[in-house]
Design a protein around this ligand. Structure first.
Ligand code: PHE
Length: 506
């Protein structure tokens, strides 16, 4: 049954797969492995699990309970909980849209590389192929230098898929897609891992990955990395979990869903760490170079190092290449859909206009803005926007969410809501986390990051101050201002009336 024209998951499994789809993304595949390796290997698991239990899981429970209790996208849930804080729902929703726009660029690269894998078009010098031949990177963020058509076509295709899926609604589109892509992704990852760890030299990589360096546990930056990764990876503070849980039926188990999704996400992270380092061990061995020289993260790993490894493998490399880029596309696609849905559903709720119309307009606008990323400056713009949004927006939103839902709206209310419908009850510890521990840690992180950004501006001199002010601080500031502006617009009639969403007591 579609409730208030908002849509509903067909099953709890559908919801869980959709959340896993959002959580499992590029962060799992290309960021986590390197983070684990460079932050003390096995020893990193200590800060990682502490971050998971003191901030990650508590916030997932919070967002699930909040969205489910108030039955709305982030702005609608906040407006229903307390009219004064509707803006705090818009901030993450608009941020989601901004992330979505650059996510399509990375997905377009991955699509292009999926095709390149068949002929290993990247040649021997994968570095100059990527930055030169493929991206034709310009001199900086303000030097657009023309559109790269293969990238443009990829972006258009990704927007089309996003549009098509969300157009078909929650159970008819998102759920159907994630039910296929997530199991497929799991299978691909298992294949990559099994073949990866049986390559000659793989154990060298795995030893390097897991050997614990306990001195790192004393390093504060390692802790910050752990919290940052848990946040980004679980898709917290983006309005996504609030929106997705609002599509659950009224009677459903929320608490255990939070644990299931968090642990599945961690499982994917370990899996990719093992796969990635097995493959890097193979490369290091066959080239006779140390792991330190081949280990990399992000764009460097996926588009420079790995293509090189695939070339070394001969025909097996073709299979690996196709599987790897397919994994990136699948993982990224389900994340991009969650970003798109979080934003669209906010607008649908507020305006009362039909889903199909809103997603069409949003996709067209988003696509048009994305064209900037298809130029020679795309890489630089992506780099700055991504850095600022991740360092500042996500942490600040998470902090405000914990404080405002914890103290003003009432952590006790959310806890009793969750416990009234869940088989497994969360204890008082959870309120202590949300009201004290999570905010304290996030405040510390935020202050440290702001200080370090002022001391050493992002990019280490690669970017001009005007680029950082405009694309970094300016964009983050503009999103906040826009949140307050949208806050002022009128709600569709009846949306905030309690009898439209409060469940009868029984
Ligand atoms: N969780 C995704 C990842 O690990 C990224 C993401 C962040 C997606 C925020 C949506 C929102 O890559």
């Amino acid at each position: 049954m579609e409730e208030n024209n908002r849509g509903q998951w067909g099953s709890k499994l559908g919801f869980i797969l959709a959340v896993i789809g959002s959580a499992v993304g590029l962060g799992n595949i290309w960021r986590y492995p390197y983070l684990l390796y460079s932050n003390g290997g096995g020893a990193f698991l200590v800060p990682y699990f502490i971050a998971l239990f003191t901030a990650g899981i508590p916030l997932v429970i919070l967002e699930y309970g909040f969205g489910h209790k108030f039955r709305g996208s982030a702005p609608l849930s906040f407006a229903r909980a307390n009219r004064k804080f509707e803006w705090l729902g818009w901030w993450p929703s608009i941020t989601s849209f901004i992330i979505m726009i650059y996510y399509t660029l990375i997905l377009s690269w991955a699509m292009n590389y999926l095709f390149f894998s068949f002929g290993q078009t990247w040649g021997i010098d994968t570095n100059s192929f990527f930055f030169g031949d493929f991206l034709q990177a310009s001199s900086g963020p303000f030097d657009l230098a023309g559109i790269r058509w293969p990238i443009f076509i990829g972006i258009a295709f990704i927007w089309f898929v996003n549009w098509f899926v969300t157009y078909n609604g929650v159970s008819g589109g998102i759920e159907k897609l994630t039910k296929v892509l997530i199991p497929a992704l799991a299978i691909i990852m298992v294949i990559i891992v099994i073949r990866g760890v049986t390559l000659p030299g793989a154990t060298l990589g795995l030893n390097k990955l897991f050997t614990p360096d306990w001195s790192k546990v004393k390093d504060l930056n390692v802790w910050m990395d752990a919290y940052g990764q848990v946040f980004f990876s679980l898709s917290i503070a983006m309005g996504i979990l609030i929106t997705y849980s609002s599509y659950l039926p009224k009677k459903t188990d929320i608490n255990n869903s939070a644990f299931i999704t968090a642990f599945s996400n961690s499982g994917f992270e370990f899996l990719s760490a093992i796969g990635v380092f097995g493959i890097l061990g193979f490369m290091a061995t066959s080239q006779g170079i140390p792991i330190e020289e081949v280990a990399n993260e992000g764009i460097g790993l996926a588009f420079v190092v790995f293509p090189k490894v695939f070339s070394l493998m001969g025909s097996l490399g073709t299979v690996f290449g196709v599987l790897f880029f397919l994994a990136l596309v699948f993982a990224g696609l389900t994340s991009s859909i969650s970003l798109f849905e979080a934003f669209s559903s906010a607008i649908i709720d507020k305006s009362g206009i039909k889903r199909q119309k809103i997603v069409t307009i949003t996709a067209i606008v988003g696509f048009l803005v994305s064209i900037v990323y298809a130029t020679g400056a795309g890489l630089f713009i992506l780099d700055i926007v991504d850095a600022f949004i991740n360092s500042f927006s996500i942490v600040t939103i998470g902090l405000l969410e914990a404080l405002i839902i914890g103290w003003v709206i009432g952590a006790d209310k959310i806890r009793s809501h969750n416990n009234s419908i869940s088989i497994f009850r969360v204890g008082k510890w959870w309120e202590v986390m949300i009201k004290f521990v999570t905010p304290a840690i996030l405040t510390y992180m935020l202050i440290t990051k702001i200080i370090s950004e002022f001391k050493n501006p992002y990019g280490g001199g690669d970017y001009t101050t005007s680029a950082l002010v405009l694309l970094g601080w300016g964009l983050v500031g503009a999103i906040i201002i826009l949140s307050f502006v949208v806050n002022k617009t009128k709600w569709k009639k009846g949306m905030l009336e309690e009898n439209n969403y409060v469940e009868e007591e029984n």
